[in-house]
Design a protein around this ligand. Structure first.
Ligand code: FE2
Ligand code: FE2
Length: 280
């Protein structure tokens, strides 16, 4: 049966619509037929501000999916709850891990989920935490943790986790994508794709039992990758046969520009105010 899909980007690193704000982070409203979900929340009140400017009614959101616990994806949750009221929050069991970032040098800075669970619950959040793939409806699912299989998609050395014995590499085990299964193939919505966008798409096909990938939207983390990783990722993306590619956030402008040249009319910049609508 055909699926009507509408995706509105509420938070992203760049904003082009009058009155909206940009912020380092990501949030997308995803409407699949009658189902209304929010993927990530950005890091501050920007999500609510932009929703008001763009005429998006957040009280319609029934499910909220956290792609991972980094603050630029989860920090706006308390502000969002004030708009949504009761909502089911989907995420991995490890979203509260004590994580820090060292990019730019200096002391590690806290970059984890900045809210207390009990307070969020008192505002209407009902947590549905899971350490594997999870179906939200007949067409919509989360991937759960993404296996790292490609040799060229590396760990980000600036991401740390605090342990009783000191700092360790954060492997971001909570990283996952949101999938919409349609008659024309998968629509893959990624937060940061910390496990690698090629690994994410490979796992998405496996976990959803669908080989065709119609569209990919969201963060790819290519802004922090080597030239070798970027080149190998572009080759792999071509092989997936993607029909629409709308990158955001941690893709960065340089990698996004390269992808724009490679994918031509199939490419778009997915930034604040971008509305993508398909009958698939
Ligand atoms: Fe991010
Ligand atoms: Fe992240």
């Amino acid at each position: 049966m055909a699926v009507h899909l509408r995706i509105t980007t509420l938070v992203e690193n760049t904003a082009t619509k009058m009155g909206t704000l940009a912020e380092h982070g990501l949030s997308m409203l995803v409407e699949v037929d009658d189902l209304c979900l929010l993927l990530d929340t950005g890091q501050t009140n920007t999500v609510v501000h932009n929703a008001h400017v763009l005429g998006v009614d957040l009280s319609r959101v029934e499910h909220l999916v956290l792609s991972h616990g980094h603050s630029d994806h989860s920090g706006g949750l308390m502000k969002v709850l004030a708009e949504t009221g009761e909502v089911i929050v989907h995420g991995h069991t490890d979203i509260w891990r004590p994580r820090y970032g060292t990019r730019g040098g200096g002391k590690p800075r806290f970059s984890g989920f900045p809210h207390v669970r009990e307070q969020l619950e008192s505002m209407g959040a009902s947590f549905h935490l899971c350490d594997g793939p999870d179906w939200i409806s007949r067409e919509v699912m989360t991937t759960g943790p993404v296996p790292r299989v490609t040799p060229f998609e590396k760990l980000d050395a600036d991401l740390k986790v605090k342990t009783p014995t000191g700092w360790e590499q954060d492997q971001v085990p909570d990283d996952q994508a949101l999938l919409v299964k349609t008659p024309k193939g998968l629509v893959v919505l990624s937060g940061c794709a910390h496990s690698g966008i090629v690994n994410t798409l490979t796992w998405a096909r496996q976990v959803a039992g669908e080989e065709r990938i119609f569209a990919v939207l969201g963060g790819t983390h290519l802004g922090f990758s080597t030239a070798e990783q970027l080149a190998k990722t572009v080759d792999a993306l071509h092989q997936f046969g993607i029909e629409k590619l709308g990158v955001s956030h941690c893709t960065g402008l340089l990698a996004a520009s390269l992808l724009a040249r490679e994918f031509g009319s199939r490419f778009f910049f997915n930034n604040v105010g971008t509305v993508t609508e398909w009958d698939l």
